[in-house]
Design a protein around this ligand. Structure first.
Ligand code: AMP
Length: 211
């Protein structure tokens, strides 16, 4: 099964993808996580991506497409995956389609998580992330058991791009560059929409029923 989880930053697709991945034993491939690891390890991709991420802009298509082409053809992704944060532009969607066609496979479903901007801002600004296992918390809605500490022992941090000014830029970039994918995948008849203004459990239940 090959899924794309699509939606604005902060909509909760990472949280849902992590759960869905565990339930269905599919790798959760999150471009944002891959890029943050690349930055930490100072790889050539990381060096190219750093300033774009910090400014809330998209990393150039060619960098992302090369990264994802390798990742989705890795042995653990042979029978499927959940793509979280990719594709984010029409050019990336077309490149993904070409890679899939070359491999004789296709996407099964694109799940579009929808939510209004005000709620998105609130969710992102309160988000805390684990640098070790990539778990996601929220200071009010999903606080860790011990303040500042992940269940794995990692020290939670606020992503540099989760501060309000950068979030506004990311939401604008989403509207201009990523939201056209909703129509793109609707036209391919593989889009399913989920209202993300519900609890994490309820969204997970709906997701389960839909796919
Ligand atoms: P995320 O963790 O999905 O919110 O991604 C964090 C940042 O990584 C984004 O704001 C972009 O700068 C970059 N990024 C992640 N995925 C992509 C993508 N598919 N195309 C371009 N940039 C990306």
């Amino acid at each position: 099964m090959r899924f794309v989880f699509l939606g604005p930053p902060g909509v909760g697709k990472g949280t849902q993808a992590a759960r869905f991945s565990e339930r269905h034993k599919l790798p959760h491939i999150a471009t944002g996580d891959l890029l943050r690891v690349a930055i930490k390890e100072e790889t050539s991709v990381g060096l190219k991506a750093k300033s774009f991420i910090e400014n809330g802009r998209l990393v150039p298509d060619e960098v992302i497409i090369a990264l994802m082409e390798d990742r989705i053809q890795a042995p653990d992704a042979k029978s499927g995956y959940i793509l979280d944060g990719f594709p984010r532009t029409i050019a990336q969607a077309k490149a993904l389609s070409e890679i899939l066609t070359r491999n004789g496979v296709a996407l099964d479903c694109v799940v579009y998580f929808s939510l209004d901007d005000e709620t998105l801002m609130e969710r992102i600004v309160g988000r805390r992330t684990c640098p070790d296992c990539h778990a996601i918390y929220h200071v009010s809605y999903h606080p860790p058991e011990k303040e500042g500490l992940c269940h794995c022992g990692g020290i939670l941090f606020q992503r540099k791009d989760d501060v309000p000014e950068t979030v506004a830029e990311r939401l604008a970039v989403y509207k201009n560059e990523t939201s056209p994918l909703i129509t793109y995948y609707k036209n391919e008849n593989i889009l399913t929409e989920i209202n993300a203004d519900q609890s994490v459990d309820r969204i997970a239940e709906n997701l389960q029923k839909m796919v």
